[in-house]
Design a protein around this ligand. Structure first.
Ligand code: HXC
Length: 256
């Protein structure tokens, strides 16, 4: 049914695997559409599903970002539209009434980290590297990262990650509160399952209400999100974006 994701349900837990390993699970539009569709249909409506784990296929990456090759020729308007649509997908995951855990099995970069940030919390393997490298492409995060990262790790550390574009290791992510646990790869999914199973012993209505209440307390005016979307779209009109993408595709450092 889906070209880019696989879903397996076992004992109340749905494991959603993003399955484009040759592209390090980069989120092209179709992949994010698959994820959105799965959440709003089978994962929401299947009463046997009480929790969701999102992970990436292969040994290297959770998700290495939005698909740069897909958006490389976008105009400012198309960039803004991508961010607006993607914000909707991320907001729906954040508001999902059943618990959603990101199991980060390697690179979680750009839109990939932003997807993990939209989940209710995160566990990572020891090799995981997390970052928002969009400034290297002449862009900024566009799936809510400027807002959710700052909420989670505080403004200073978020600024450092977003402005340097550097990746951090799993252990730093743990120390910063960006992930809740770091475990061996072989234990990654079982750790996430163990956490979900603790919730299955509790009231699912209360869990849905708690998710709603925590999210409500952190939701501000829409200004930050709107600013991000507009600035993300504007990036597509700059020479820096062309230089950044060309450098990426030609495996060289950009000259800004
Ligand atoms: C498209 C990608 C990709 C991406 C990797 N690939 N990341 N394709 N979009 N985000 C592809 C590579 O082009 C390559 O394809 C294959 O996956 C393997 O990647 P390599 O670069 O060869 O692997 P490696 O040398 O191990 O380096 C891993 C990496 C690097 C450090 C993760 O791939 C990387 O820097 N990727 C881009 C990360 C990034 O900038 N993410 C943010 C994107 S912008 P070929 O065909 O060459 O084998 C974003 C915006 C979100 O996410 C907001 C949107 C609104």
């Amino acid at each position: 049914m889906y070209n880019n994701i696989q879903i397996q349900v076992n004992d109340h837990t749905a494991l959603l695997e993003i399955n484009r390993p040759k592209n390090l699970n980069a989120l092209n539009r179709e992949t994010l559409e698959d994820i959105d569709h799965a959440f709003q249909n089978e994962l929401l409506n299947d009463e046997s599903v009480r929790g969701v784990i999102i992970t990436g296929a292969g040994e290297k990456a959770f998700v290495a970002g939005a698909d740069i090759k897909e958006f490389m020729h976008y105009s400012q308007e198309e960039g803004l539209a991508l961010a607006k649509w993607g914000h909707g997908v991320m907001n729906r995951i954040e508001a999902f009434p059943k618990p959603v855990i990101a199991a980060i099995n390697g690179f979680a970069l750009g839109g990939g980290l932003e997807l993990a940030l939209a989940c209710h919390f995160r566990v990572a393997n020891q090799q995981a590297k997390l970052g928002l490298p969009e400034v290297s492409l002449g862009l900024i995060p566009g799936y809510g990262g400027t807002q959710r990262l700052a909420q989670l790790v505080g403004k200073g550390k978020a600024m450092e990650m977003i402005l340097t574009g550097e990746m951090i290791h799993a252990q730093d992510a743990l120390n910063w509160g960006l992930v809740n646990y770091v475990v061996e790869q072989t234990d990654l999914i079982s750790k996430a399952m163990e956490l979900l199973e603790k919730m299955y012993g509790k009231s699912s209505n209360a869990i849905a209400a708690a998710i709603k209440a925590v999210n409500a307390g952190l939701s501000k005016s829409e200004d930050g999100f709107s600013t991000e979307m507009q600035a993300f779209g504007d990036g597509f009109g700059t020479p820096d974006f062309k230089e950044g993408v060309d450098a990426f595709l030609n495996k060289r450092k950009p000259k800004f």
